[in-house]
Write a protein that binds this ligand. Structure first.
Ligand code: HEM
Ligand code: HEM
Length: 184
């Protein structure tokens, strides 16, 4: 399997980006949702957000690398489908990328609202830049939450579309993203 995408296949780099990030993003949603309900006396009260922020920054870096790679590559041609469906699929992909970017930015703005840097697993730190705006933490937090829910809704539709292509249309849409040889 080649590294770069071709007209008929995703290369292994794009496949790796997709399947490394998808479970991590779903895990981040679950962690975020769980951790905001913890009480001050819970041992995870600090550890949960520390892990969420660290993984979040790593995901943001991966996202930038992924977008760069996509920009330097072709994307495989879509499987035969009505034109509106092909357009909807590419629009959905663009919105998925946009949501991920906006979630990373709003998460960064919550975490750095008080001017403190984000310690990424005691490995490196990301300094605060925009800080101290009025109600920054609350506003960024509300936006972050809404964007995260919107992302999960779109991911559900995206996954159902992938299964529909695979099991109903029996085309190569999902096989392409799994790095498998085309069916015909
Ligand atoms: C794919 C990436 C991410 C997803 C899916 C995600 C999801 C979530 C969710 C669902 C919550 C709970 C919101 C609530 O119910 O109030 C949350 C909270 C939070 N997230 Fe994220 N997040 C992501 C990335 C990030 C990043 C990159 C950062 C910062 C660097 C971050 C920082 C935070 C913080 C500080 C909170 C707590 C907010 C509060 O206390 O109300 N998140 N996240
Ligand atoms: C958090 C979860 C997920 C996110 C954020 C996500 C995001 C994306 C994005 C942005 C693309 C476009 C790739 C490109 O051309 O640049 C894509 C493609 C694809 N994804 Fe996902 N995905 C997720 C989960 C899934 C799941 C669970 C499945 C399967 C059940 C799936 C199946 C596919 C397939 C088949 C493609 C190729 C579509 C095509 O060639 O038209 N994805 N995904």
């Amino acid at each position: 399997m080649q590294a770069r995408n071709s007209n008929i296949q995703y290369g292994w780099v794009a496949v790796l980006f997709h399947w490394l990030m998808a479970p991590a993003i779903i895990g981040m949603f679950a962690l975020g949702w769980w951790m905001v309900g913890l009480s001050y006396y819970d041992p995870w009260y600090r550890q949960g957000p520390d892990i969420h922020k660290s993984v979040g920054i790593l995901l943001a870096l991966l996202l930038v690398a992924r977008l760069l790679w996509r920009w330097l590559n072709t994307t495989p041609a879509p499987e035969p489908a009505p034109r509106w469906q092909q357009r909807a699929a590419s629009a959905a992909h663009a919105v998925l990328y946009g949501l991920l970017l906006a979630i990373a930015i709003s998460g960064y703005l919550i975490s750095t609202a008080d001017g403190r840097a984000i310690e990424v697993f005691n490995w490196f730190s990301v300094p605060a830049t925009l800080q101290g705006l009025e109600n920054q933490e609350d506003i960024a937090g509300t936006i972050h939450e809404w964007l995260a829910w919107t992302l999960m809704g779109l991911v559900l539709v995206h996954s159902l579309a992938a299964f529909k292509h695979h099991f109903v249309n029996k085309d190569n849409t999902l096989r392409k993203m799994l790095g498998l040889a085309p069916r015909r």
